[in-house]
Each structure stands twice: as structure tokens, then as C-alpha cells.
Design a binder for this molecule. Structure first.
Ligand SMILES: Cc1cc2nc3c(=O)[nH]c(=O)nc-3n(C[C@H](O)[C@H](O)[C@H](O)COP(=O)(O)O)c2cc1C
Length: 210
């Protein structure tokens, strides 16, 4: 398998992404091992702030595993040896959970292991989105909390979607924060526990080339 991965990654030098190999390797164990996020990528923060905005148009281009790893790291990744995250949480509760829904199904992001675990093989993005344009997005992040204080749960999700929005701006991805989602459907299909609740979602994809 390593040889296959190396071959695919050599191909990537010629513009062919090596993500297919990574996905293939992951399917054997049911877990997708994301590449390490590149913390040197993107543009300076002030330029990203200047560029941050909502875009509701997406092309068919797929988000690579590398970009997905960086999106998720921005949302809720571990950024210190002590396990703390890229977002602050009240009393260091670390209650935020991030799910990714794509064509291949729904996945749970494990920040400690930098992995995605399948929680539902169906492409829920179509059912969960209440606005038609969202169906063109390559990925839908769903922010979930079990914080008893729902205000804190919402603030934690807000920190995550803002981090993702700034990352998206810095690499040229389009994104939109989505309150209009079917939260009950997501709760059921993501197999969430009774004390967990869907706070908000965020759609992501590459812009259409002009
Ligand atoms: C909490 C929240 C919920 C939102 N829900 C939706 C939504 O359901 N559908 C949508 O198209 N945009 C949604 N948006 C995006 C806003 O419409 C958008 O941020 C606003 O128009 C300002 O545009 P800007 O992000 O380009 O500054 C939401 C934004 C936030 C912060």
C-alpha cells in the first residue's frame, strides 16, 4: 500500500491529487488518517480578515485531504502539547465536536488523532441543506456541542466557524455559515447522543473559475 501511495503522490507532482490513495488506505480500517496541517500555509491574518466574506457559489472541484485537514484543524484542532485547541472554550470544556458531510457520507473529526471516522455512509448533505445552492458545496461542517450552557456551546461553534472562514479566505475557498439546516435530521443521522445538539453548519467548496 505504501508503494501505491508513493506512486500516487509522485503523480500529484504532475497535478494528479494523491488523496484517492489516502482515502483508499483509510477504507481498510474505516478511519481516514488526515495529513498533518501545514501551519505555514495561507496568507497573513490581516489579509485574510480583509478577504473574509460569504460566497454562495461552488465549483465541482474537490477539497483535498490536505485542505480538509487544515479546515478541521482551524475549526477545532490541537495546537499545543497540552492538547488544547485552536478555539478557546469556557472552563476548557472542549465540548465542541465537528462532523464533515461529503459525497462519501458523514464523518467525525477526532482532533487528537487527526482522523475522520465514518458515522453514516449516506451523503446527508442533500437532505440536511435547506437551501438549494448548498447542494453544490463539496463539504458541510456540522458543529455539535453537549455544553449544558447553550450560549457557551454557540460561542464555541462561532469561534470555530470564524477560524474556518478566515482559513477559507486565506486559501481562496468559498464558505457560508448555515443556520438554515435540518437539525433534527442531522441529530438522528449523525447518531448524536440525547445531550448533544447541533449548533450550526458551514458549507465549503472551491469557487467557480471565471
Ligand atoms: C449565525 C449565522 C447564520 C447564518 N445562516 C445563514 C443561512 O442559513 N443561509 C445563508 O445563506 N447564509 C447564512 N449566514 C451568512 C450571512 O447571511 C452572512 O454572513 C451575512 O449576509 C453577511 O455577509 P458576509 O459573511 O459576506 O459578511 C449566516 C451567518 C451567521 C453568522
Amino acid at each position: 500500500m505504501k508503494k501505491v501511495m508513493m506512486f500516487l503522490c509522485v503523480l500529484s507532482l504532475f497535478g494528479v491529487p494523491c488523496t484517492a490513495g489516502a482515502q483508499e488506505e483509510s477504507n481498510e480500517s474505516g478511519t481516514i488518517y488526515l495529513p498533518k496541517p501545514d501551519t505555514k500555509t495561507g496568507m497573513p491574518l490581516m489579509q485574510a480578515l480583509q478577504n473574509r466574506q460569504t460566497h454562495r457559489e461552488f465549483s465541482v472541484r474537490k477539497i483535498s485531504d490536505q485542505n480538509m485537514s487544515e479546515i478541521l484543524w482551524a475549526a477545532n484542532g490541537v495546537n499545543r502539547e497540552n492538547g488544547k485547541r485552536t478555539i478557546p472554550t469556557a472552563r476548557d470544556s472542549r465540548d465542541l465536536k465537528v462532523y464533515v458531510i461529503r459525497q462519501g457520507g458523514a464523518f467525525f473529526y477526532d482532533p487528537e488523532n487527526n482522523t475522520l471516522t465514518s458515522v453514516n455512509p449516506s451523503a446527508l448533505i442533500y437532505a440536511a441543506a435547506m437551501q438549494d445552492y448548498v447542494k453544490q458545496a463539496d463539504a458541510l461542517l456540522v458543529f455539535v456541542s453537549n455544553n449544558k450552557n447553550h450560549e457557551y456551546g454557540a460561542m464555541h461553534a462561532g469561534s470555530a466557524y470564524q477560524n474556518v472562514g478566515l482559513y477559507a479566505a486565506s486559501v481562496g475557498l468559498n464558505n457560508v455559515v448555515l443556520g438554515s439546516i435540518d437539525k433534527d435530521l442531522l441529530h438522528k443521522e449523525l447518531n448524536l447522543k440525547d445531550d448533544e445538539y447541533v449548533v450550526i453548519a458551514q458549507a465549503l467548496g472551491w469557487p467557480k473559475t471565471k
